[in-house]
Design a protein around this ligand. Structure first.
Ligand code: 5RP
Length: 262
């Protein structure tokens, strides 16, 4: 691996623990003003000190994030779809590598939709992005998106999607946690992080999700709604960090969460 790629990867995955807590806030690229992310800059400001990286689009980065920040950026470079459009899988590359370099980001991210109508378009998009990103030492994070079909999130489907992402050259993969998640990890030669998915009933449920994923081989989380839709988001991200970077149990993380919310 070249120095630039290695250095960017070290910004994203803490060398001390080999793990990562990324804060996903790119939801607006197809969902518009999601609850609690109506003003992304305000929502995310108190969370930044606890995030190893933030994942977002160039528009939100330029308009809502202070350029003096030292938090690494994972730039979403795919889109062109919307929740009310023809088909969520109809995504394309929206942001050039030149922009990514200009914005000094640590990685580029795009979604792939395996098995969907526009599967080929998103997979060839990944392959082309990797081809270009390699020239700049830029890691690529592939997101195994399922669109509205949340039921697709099982080990058979996610192993297939993650393996294809790795085969096409992604250095990092973001996927969902599922039963038999260790199988998904086992068949992927590159590190996996998990998304949180829609807000779970309680914070403890989200802590359990993070814990289970780490136990079964994920190297971290790229979590959004289960952090910033919590009424105690700053406590929540610290509790997640406790699990990811300090090997805390769910009970220890819950206790930390509660002590921070008093
Ligand atoms: C959408 C994404 C989101 O960033 C992702 O779903 C993570 O956020 P959450 O934890 O809210 O699910 O990549 O495709």
């Amino acid at each position: 691996m070249d120095w630039g790629m290695k250095n960017r990867m070290a910004k994203l995955i803490k060398p001390e623990t080999g793990r990562a807590v990324w804060l996903a806030m790119d939801h607006g690229y197809f969902l518009g003003p999601v609850k609690r992310l109506e003003k992304p800059g305000e929502t995310v400001k108190p969370l930044l000190p606890y995030a190893d990286a933030i994942m977002l689009t160039r528009g939100i980065l330029r308009n809502c994030i202070d350029a003096n920040t030292s938090v690494p950026v994972i730039l979403r470079v795919s889109g062109g779809n919307s929740i009310v459009g023809e088909d969520l899988s109809k995504e394309t590359i929206t942001t050039s590598m030149e922009e990514a370099v200009r914005l000094n980001v640590a990685a580029c991210a795009l979604s792939i939709y395996v098995g969907a109508k526009y599967e080929h378009q998103t997979l060839s998009g990944l392959a082309n992005l990797v081809n270009e990103a390699q020239r700049y030492g830029m890691p690529v994070l592939a997101v195994t998106a399922v669109g509205r079909e949340l039921g697709k999130r099982d080990a058979r489907y996610l192993s297939l999607a993650c393996r294809i992402a790795a085969e096409l050259g992604a250095q990092l993969i973001k996927t969902y946690y599922c039963d038999d998640f260790e199988r998904v990890v086992e068949y992927s030669p590159v590190p996996l992080v998990i998304a949180g998915g829609p807000k779970l009933k309680t914070e403890q449920d989200a802590l359990q999700l993070a814990y289970d994923a780490l136990e079964r081989g994920a190297i971290g989380v790229d979590m959004g709604r289960n952090i910033w839709q919590s009424n105690n988001s700053v406590a929540m991200i610290q509790a997640i960090r406790h699990i990811v970077h300090e090997n805390a149990s769910v009970e220890e993380a819950r206790k930390l969460f509660e002590s921070l919310t008093k």
